[in-house]
Design a binder for this molecule. Structure first.
Ligand SMILES: [Cu+2]
Length: 398
């Protein structure tokens, strides 16, 4: 007796289901893990510059997809073992050298060739980038935009069991976000200090065994200050890992070097005189010297201080050319007199309060003398006579 057609279909269905059940476990073994690159507060001021988390154990054949949810720039980069870290930025601001170049989403990494996402930031949707790991090994990854932002992927054989699941990394990533953003918020209390005004504050921290992350407050010590004509304001970068600028007027195409009207000083700072709210003055990168490593040439001292003397009343707006998209902006209001304005006086290096500082007439005459001198001197950025900061290669390398 022939079975009804429905019964035969049912049998085919169950056989197929059994076949699928046997095959699926192998397909399911190739997992795609999800991690975050950076986190920020709602106003973008507090930035967690880290891979969240920055240590993960996966199986050979798995992939990791990183999501970039912030307006701060990051890269996901696997260099090859021993590869010299490339400069991030090329001849023109924003055009990166890469590792070299970028590699497509989903690229394989096994240590033999470098993988590089390029600069990714939310605009406003968060972009993602994934890497596939075909073979076992322990691989370091970095962000080329931030010197203290590293991580490790441990790729294990299929037969080995993994210590954590995705849920663990989700919870760990959230906890680290809260920690780093909290660190950055806490730095707010250091925004003003006796020596002048902060141009960004930061701390390098370690939250796993895999390397460093940075908590950064992308703000000037005070958004708006009031000073008097002839006063000098000094900004100091208090971030150990991040480049900032103090930029008045038109933002230059490349904000890394100081503008021609900025001079190096014998005490290791840079200075400028601003006479009108339409003046364009760019400090260039204010960057601390990086920590040195054994058997590598010592880096030159960083330049972290920038002084501006205001010679006319007015409202002077400025930005950090690197982080204005995060809201890093400020205003100096210059009054003819600041009689009794103690909060303002504490932020400026006033001739009246710090008699050891150069007088306005000294700054002016020095400025004039330098602009008349020959550009053919040593230790100079081409076209920027008497620039006393680090050599060009140092500024351009991070
Ligand atoms: Cu900045």
């Amino acid at each position: 007796m022939t079975k009804p057609i429905g019964s035969q279909l049912k049998r085919i269905y169950w056989h197929s289901a059994l076949l699928i059940a046997l095959l699926v476990p192998h397909a399911a073994l190739a997992n795609t893990w999800q991690l975050l690159v950076g986190a920020q507060a709602y106003d973008r001021a507090n930035q967690a510059l880290g891979f969240l988390p920055n240590e993960i154990w996966i199986h050979a054949g798995d992939s990791i997809r990183w999501t970039f949810p912030t307006q701060e720039r990051h890269t996901l980069t696997f260099l090859t073992p021993g590869q010299v870290r490339p400069p991030l930025f090329g001849a023109i601001w924003g055009v990166e050298v890469g590792c070299p170049g970028t590699t497509p989403d989903g690229s394989d990494y096994d240590g033999s060739t470098c993988v590089h996402s390029g600069i990714l930031l939310a605009a406003p949707d968060p972009p993602t980038y994934s890497v596939h790991f075909p073979s076992a090994g322990n691989f370091k990854f970095v962000c080329l935009a931030h010197a203290d932002m590293t991580g490790v992927v441990h790729v294990m054989e299929l037969a080995e069991s993994l210590p954590h699941d995705q849920d663990f990394y989700d919870r760990q990533g959230q906890a680290e976000q809260a920690l780093l953003r909290g660190d950055a918020a806490r730095l707010n209390s250091r925004g003003t200090y006796a020596g002048g005004m902060a141009a960004g504050l930061g701390e390098i921290v370690t939250t796993t065994g895999a390397g460093s992350q940075t908590a950064s407050l992308m703000r000037f010590g005070r958004g708006r200050i009031v000073v008097g004509v002839g006063d000098t304001v000094e900004w100091t970068s208090l971030d150990p890992s991040i480049n900032h600028t103090v930029t008045f007027g038109t933002e230059p195409a490349d904000p890394r070097p100081p503008s021609a009207n900025v001079l190096g000083t014998s005490d290791g700072a840079r200075e400028a005189v601003i006479g009108s709210p339409t003046d364009s003055v760019n400090s260039g990168f204010l960057s601390p010297a990086p920590q040195d490593r054994a058997k590598l040439p010592q880096s030159p001292p960083g330049v972290t201080r920038f002084r501006v003397t205001f010679t006319s009343p007015g409202t002077f707006n400025y930005i950090c050319a690197v982080h204005d998209q995060l809201g890093m902006k400020g205003t100096v209001i210059v009054h003819r007199e600041v009689a009794g304005n103690e909060s303002a006086v504490s932020l400026v290096l006033s001739r009246r309060h710090l008699p050891g500082w150069p007088r306005l007439s000294d700054v002016r005459s020095r400025s004039q003398a330098r602009s008349e001198s020959s550009p053919a001197t040593s230790n100079n950025i081409p076209g920027r006579p008497n620039y006393a900061g680090p050599a060009q290669t140092e500024i351009f390398s991070h």
